[in-house]
Design a protein around this ligand. Structure first.
Ligand SMILES: CCCCCCC/C=C/C(=O)SCCNC(=O)CCNC(=O)[C@H](O)C(C)(C)COP(=O)(O)OP(=O)(O)OC[C@H]1O[C@@H](n2cnc3c(N)ncnc32)[C@H](O)[C@@H]1OP(=O)(O)O
Length: 723
C-alpha cells in the first residue's frame, strides 16, 4: 500500500507515500481508504491524521493514470466514508495540497497547515475539473466566489490566504504530524457532523444565474476556446443549485468527459513536455545531471530599451540586483520610465504590493558606464540586432568583467559563435533569447554555441527558472528554433495575401484555430520596420539588391509587400498604420481599405492572379510549412526532443496548450498526411525552400512511433529497422 499506517498515542497516522509528490495513484487511494476503515474499526483509535511523506501532502491524482484504466476506490468513496465517521480526521498539510490532494483534505473534518503550504485546484490547467468533489466541497468551505476563482484559474493559494478564506482551519509551526495529533485530539469531543463539509450550505450573494453568467463570460474571454473552464463554472454553480449527492454525481460525469477529451489529452502531454525539457543535454555530453550551475547573485543588462528594461525587471522582481547600462543619460532615463511603468502595472494587477515594488526598484542600478559591470556574475546584452555592435560590446565585457562572469546575448537570430569569438571566454558565452514583451512572455530560449560549457548552460537554465520563465535549450542557427519556425509560417501568410487573401481573413483563421492573436496583428505589434530590416540585412549580406517588385529573392519566392507597406510609412501599431489601422496605441486593429488596395495593386503589377483561398488551405500552409521546419530542426540536432519545439510554441508564441504544440498537433493529424501535403505544396510551390520535405518527416511518416521517440530517431539513439 502506498500509504503508511502507524499508531501514535491512540491516533492513527496515515502517511501518503508515492515519490516524488505523493500523487494519488490507485494504490495510494486504496491505502487511504483501507487506513481510515481500519482506524474506524479499531476501538483503541480515537482520531486520525492524514499527512504526506517527503515534506509534501499531495500534488493530486496521478496524471499518468488518466490515460489508462487503473482501478482502485474512486476518490469520493474516501470522502463518503469520512463523512460518516464519528472519530475526527484532520489533514496535516505541508508542501502542497493540490487537485485531488486538496480534495482529500476537504474530505477531512479539519485542515491544519504550515505557513509555507500552497493549496489549489489546478486541474483546469490540464483540461479537467476537480473530479473528486472539489467543485462541490470547496464552495462549501469558502463560498461560491472564492471557489469559482480558485477552480477556474487553477492558481495556487498560500496557506495564510487559504486560512482567511476558510479552507485551512489553523496555521501551525513545528512538526506537522505532532501538530496534527495535538490538534485532532483536542477535537475528540466535538460532533463530527457539525464540521463535515457535506452538511454545510454554499454561501453566495446575489442571483445565482447572474453569478453563473458573469463567470461564464469571464472564462470564455480569458480562456478562449478552452472547454474545461466552462465545465468548471457549471459544476461549481451546481454546488449551490443541487443537493450534495447529485452535485457529486454530475461532477464525476463531467470529469470523465473531460478526461477523455482531446483538449485534456493535449494539456496533459504539455504538462509532461514541460518537465521533459528540463532534462537537457549538450552534443558534447554535458547534461542537466552532471553540470552544476554557478550562483547568480548580481547581474547586469546592457540596453534599456523595451526588451532590456523588461529583462532587468524580470531579474529585480526575482530578487537579483541588476545594473542597467545605456549609452547615454537620455536613453537611460527613458528605459527607467519603462521599468517604472511596468512595475506600477504589476502593482495594479495585485502581483506586487507598493512596498515590494519600491524594494525591487532599489535593486536596479542605472548607469551609463559599462565598467560598472566588472563584478557582476552574469550580464545580458540586449542592444539592437547588429553583429558589429554586439561584438564590440562582448569584446569590452570580456576585458572588463571578472573571469567567472557569464556573458549572455539576447540576439534573436545571430549565431552565438559569431558573437562569442569576440571574447577569450567562449565557454562562458551563451544566448538567452527573451520574447516580447520580455517581462510577460514565459519562454526563455537558451542557445549554446560550439564552445559553451555545460556549467554555463546549467547556470542560464537555472536562472530561467529563478526568474519564472520556461527555459528551453537549443542549438545555434539563424533565428534559432522559435524564429526559424516562425519564418515559413509568416511567409506563407504573406503568400496567401498575394494569392487572394487579406490580413484579417488570415488572422481570423488563426484565431479561430485558437491562437490568441493573428500573424499580421503580431507583425504590427513588433513593427514592420523590423521585418523590413531583417530582409534588408539578408540582402546586404548576400550582396544583392532588395527589390519589392521581384517575385524572387536569393533564388526563392519573394513577397515584397512588407517593403511596400514600409515605404508607404506603415510601421505598425506604433504609428497607427501597419497591416491594419489603429485609432490609438491601445486600439483594436481595423481593416484598412488602403492596405487592401495596396495588396491588389501589388498583385496587378506583378501579374499575380488572385483567387479565393479557403481557411483550411491558409491554416495548412502556415502550419505544415512550420511543422516541416520543426522536423528539419530535430534532424539537425538543434533540439533533442520534439517536446522542446512544442514548449517553445506554447510559451513563445502562445500556441493553445489545449492543442499541445505544433509537433503534438502533427502527431494527432498523422505524419503520413502531413508528409503527403508537404510534398504536394513542394510540387505546387517549388521556389519556397521551406516546402522541401524534411527527411526525418519522410522517415517517420512510414512508421508509427510516439512523439517522445522522434528525437531519438533523429539523433540515431533509436534505429528504425524497417527503413
Ligand atoms: C483515476 C481517477 C482519480 C480520481 C481523480 C479525481 C480528480 C483529481 C484530479 C487531479 O488531481 S489532476 C492533478 C492535479 N494536480 C496538478 O495538476 C499538480 C501537478 N503538479 C505540479 O503542479 C507540480 O509538479 C508541483 C506539485 C507544483 C511541484 O512542482 P516542482 O517544480 O517542484 O516539481 P515538478 O518538476 O513539477 O514535478 C516533479 C515530478 O513529479 C511529477 N508530478 C508532479 N505532479 C504529478 C501528478 N499529479 N501526477 C503525476 N506526476 C506528477 C512531475 O511530472 C515530475 O516528474 P518528471 O516528469 O520530471 O519525471
Amino acid at each position: 500500500m502506498m500509504a503508511d499506517y502507524t499508531v501514535r498515542d491512540q491516533v492513527a497516522v496515515i502517511e501518503l507515500d508515492n515519490p516524488p509528490v505523493n500523487a494519488l495513484g490507485s494504490a495510494v487511494r486504496a491505502g487511504i481508504y483501507d487506513g481510515i476503515r481500519k482506524a474506524d474499526r479499531d476501538p483503541n483509535i480515537k482520531a486520525v491524521v492524514i499527512c504526506g511523506k517527503r515534506g509534501t501532502f499531495c500534488a493530486g491524482a496521478d496524471i499518468r493514470e488518466f490515460d489508462g484504466g487503473k482501478n482502485g476506490p474512486w476518490i469520493t468513496d474516501i470522502g463518503d466514508f469520512i463523512d460518516n465517521m464519528k472519530k475526527p480526521v484532520v489533514a496535516a498539510i505541508e508542501g502542497f495540497a493540490l487537485g485531488g490532494g486538496l480534495e482529500v483534505a476537504l474530505f477531512c473534518h479539519y485542515r491544519i497547515a504550515l505557513k509555507t503550504v500552497r493549496v489549489g485546484q489546478p486541474e483546469v490547467q490540464i483540461g479537467l475539473l476537480p473530479g473528486g468533489g472539489g467543485t462541490i466541497r470547496l464552495p462549501r468551505a469558502t463560498g461560491l466566489k472564492n471557489a469559482l476563482d480558485i477552480i477556474t484559474t487553477g492558481n495556487h493559494v498560500p496557506a495564510e490566504k487559504a486560512a482567511k478564506m476558510g479552507i485551512i482551519d489553523q496555521i501551525v509551526t513545528g512538526d506537522i504530524i505532532e501538530e496534527g495529533i495535538k490538534f485532532v485530539k483536542s477535537k475528540c469531543n466535538i460532533d463530527t457532523s457539525l464540521v463535515c463539509l457535506r452538511m454545510k450550505t454554499v454561501k453566495y450573494s446575489g442571483d445565482l444565474d447572474d453569478i453563473s453568467e458573469a463567470a461564464m463570460t469571464k472564462v470564455k474571454s480569458k480562456f478562449k476556446g478552452a472547454i474545461a473552464p466552462i465545465v468548471c463554472v457549471k459544476s461549481v454553480i451546481n454546488s449551490a443549485k443541487m443537493p450534495y449527492e447529485k452535485g457529486i454525481d454530475t461532477e464525476k460525469e463531467h470529469f470523465q468527459d473531460l478526461r477523455h477529451s482531446s483538449q485534456s489529452k493535449a494539456m496533459r502531454y504539455a504538462f509532461f513536455a514541460e518537465r521533459a525539457i528540463t532534462r537537457w543535454q549538450l552534443p558534447s555530453g554535458g547534461n542537466y545531471k552532471t553540470a552544476k550551475p554557478l550562483p547568480v547573485k548580481t547581474s547586469g543588462v546592457i540596453g534599456a530599451g523595451t526588451m532590456g528594461g523588461g529583462i532587468a525587471l524580470c531579474l529585480i522582481t526575482s530578487g537579483i540586483p541588476c545594473i542597467l547600462v545605456e549609452q547615454n543619460q537620455q536613453f537611460l532615463d527613458k528605459g527607467l520610465e519603462i521599468v517604472k511603468a511596468q512595475l506600477m502595472r504589476t502593482v495594479q494587477l495585485g502581483k506586487l504590493s507598493t512596498e515590494q515594488a519600491k524594494k525591487c526598484f532599489t535593486m536596479l542600478k542605472p548607469t551609463t558606464n559599462i565598467e560598472d559591470l566588472k563584478n557582476v556574475d552574469l550580464v545580458i546584452e540586449a542592444v539592437y540586432e547588429d553583429l558589429k555592435l554586439k561584438r564590440e560590446i562582448f569584446e569590452k565585457l570580456d576585458r572588463i568583467c571578472k573571469s567567472e562572469t557569464i556573458l549572455c546575448t539576447n540576439t534573436s537570430s545571430l549565431h552565438i559563435d559569431s558573437i562569442a569569438t569576440a571574447t577569450k571566454r567562449q565557454s562562458k558565452v551563451v544566448g538567452t533569447h527573451f520574447f516580447a514583451p520580455s517581462y510577460i512572455m514565459k519562454l526563455l530560449e537558451n542557445i549554446y554555441g560550439t564552445k559553451t560549457s555545460a556549467e554555463t548552460v546549467a547556470t542560464v537554465m537555472k536562472l530561467g527558472k529563478t526568474i519564472k520563465k520556461v527555459p528551453v535549450l537549443v542549438g545555434s542557427c539563424t533565428g534559432f528554433v522559435a524564429n526559424r519556425m516562425l519564418k515559413p509560417y509568416s511567409e506563407e501568410a504573406q503568400y496567401c495575401l498575394e494569392e487572394g487573401s487579406t490580413p484579417s481573413i488570415v488572422d481570423t483563421v488563426l484565431m479561430d484555430f485558437g491562437m490568441p492573436i493573428g500573424n499580421f496583428q503580431v507583425s504590427d505589434l513588433s513593427g514592420l520596420d523590423i521585418g523590413f530590416r531583417i530582409k534588408r540585412e539578408a540582402a546586404r549580406k548576400a550582396g544583392v539588391e532588395l527589390s519589392k517588385n521581384s517575385r524572387f529573392f536569393l533564388g526563392q519566392r519573394n513577397c515584397g509587400l512588407i517593403e511596400k507597406l514600409y515605404e508607404a510609412g506603415r510601421m505598425g501599431k506604433k504609428n497607427g498604420k501597419g497591416w491594419y489601422k489603429y485609432e490609438s496605441l491601445n486600439g483594436k486593429p481595423i481593416v484598412d481599405p488602403e492596405v487592401t488596395m495596396l495588396i491588389e495593386e501589388h498583385c496587378r503589377s506583378l501579374g499575380i492572379e488572385r483567387r479565393n483561398i479557403g481557411s483550411q488551405e491558409i491554416l495548412e500552409r502556415m502550419q505544415y510549412a512550420m511543422i516541416n521546419e520543426g522536423f528539419k530542426i530535430l534532424e539537425e540536432g538543434l533540439c533533442t526532443m520534439a517536446e522542446e519545439i512544442d514548449v517553445i510554441w506554447i510559451y513563445g508564441f502562445s500556441w493553445p496548450k489545449y492543442m499541445g504544440g505544433p509537433m503534438y498537433y502533427a502527431s494527432q493529424i498523422g505524419l503520413k498526411k502531413i508528409y503527403e501535403k508537404v510534398c504536394y505544396y513542394h510540387k505546387t510551390f517549388p521556389y519556397s525552400m521551406h516546402w522541401v520535405p524534411s527527411s526525418l518527416l519522410a522517415k517517420l511518416s512510414q512508421i508509427d512511433l510516439p512523439l517522445s521517440e522522434w528525437g531519438d530517431v533523429a539523433q540515431g539513439r533509436k534505429l528504425v529497422n524497417k527503413l
